[in-house]
Design a protein around this ligand. Structure first.
Ligand SMILES: Cc1cc2nc3c(=O)[nH]c(=O)nc-3n(C[C@H](O)[C@H](O)[C@H](O)COP(=O)(O)OP(=O)(O)OC[C@H]3O[C@@H](n4cnc5c(N)ncnc54)[C@H](O)[C@@H]3O)c2cc1C
Length: 236
């Protein structure tokens, strides 16, 4: 067994949207919680990939309006971002609607939400590198730290790595979908201080312009605007 780093009732691997929800819900229910995140900030793809919209919060009514159909931490995050002027919704999209938000505001919000929990210990820069399994149960996960491998023991473990890392390390069967059926490896990007009208008009030719430079876009979601606290910001 490796030297102990932390111990809790609930150990959450990964601090993306799922990990934030699991860690917060467990701490609020009275459990002692440790959340291990490999990066130096929370949010996973919600912040790191600048995703920028929350899908799945709403259902379209017959009269064309929208109802919230997801509550809990997801609703709380959307409401807190809206209160801070860092998000708005519902914004109609295909058959339903999305909530648009500012990724860097979400990073700060997640820090505040988890930081407010006395029973929750957050370990950043803490990649989970292995699991210690005894009699078919996870006893500890192993975190790679600057001082070497350390154990985080717990009663319950929640795999929120997005890649089933903990399940894999624990020996559970995992599978990867075939190429073409996975999430596009796309990345949103942000531009500031642009001439909005000219930029929106030019986006129709973006693929052509990129092709002229010998590259291509694997996915073209179109432009959208979002609150950012500064003028003239557009996201694609
Ligand atoms: C380009 C792109 C666009 C998207 N667009 C949208 C959208 O518009 N709207 C929408 O609702 N959804 C969108 N999604 C999907 C959305 O981002 C995911 O559904 C969501 O992020 C999943 O959350 P998660 O917490 O399960 O996983 P992730 O967001 O992947 O979070 C996993 C977390 O675990 C950490 N982690 C991973 N491995 C380890 C490890 N071994 N040890 C410690 N930590 C680890 C990661 O650093 C990360 O913080 C998009 C995704 C991408 C990539």
């Amino acid at each position: 067994m490796h030297e102990g780093l932390a111990e809790a009732d609930v150990v959450v691997a990964g601090g993306g949207p799922a990990g934030v929800g699991a860690a917060l819900a467990a701490a609020r229910a009275g459990a002692r919680v440790v959340c291990c995140e490999r990066y130096g900030f929370l949010g996973g793809n919600f912040t790191a990939a600048a995703v920028g919209t929350i899908c799945g919060l709403y259902r379209r009514r017959e009269d064309g309006g929208f109802d919230h159909v997801v509550g809990g931490v997801a609703r709380e995050v959307a409401d807190r971002l809206a209160e801070a002027g860092a998000g708005f919704g519902p914004v109609p999209f295909k058959e339903t609607a999305v909530f648009v938000y500012t990724p860097w505001a979400a990073k700060r919000l997640f820090d505040r939400l988890l930081g407010a929990q006395d029973r929750l210990e957050l370990l950043l820069h803490a990649p989970v590198a292995d699991a210690i399994v005894r009699d078919g149960r996870i006893e500890a996960l192993v975190v790679a730290t600057k001082r070497g491998l350390r154990a985080v023991t717990g009663k319950v473990f929640v795999d929120c790595t997005g890649d089933a890392d903990l399940a894999f390390f624990a020996g559970a069967p995992t599978e990867v979908g075939p190429p073409g059926e996975r999430q596009h490896a796309s990345m949103q990007f942000l531009m500031e201080q642009v001439d909005s009208d000219a930029a929106i008009a030019a986006t129709a030719r973006l693929g052509e312009i990129v092709a002229a430079h010998g590259a291509h876009l694997s996915r073209d979601g179109g432009p959208s605007s979002r609150p950012c606290g500064r003028a003239s910001s557009w996201e694609r």
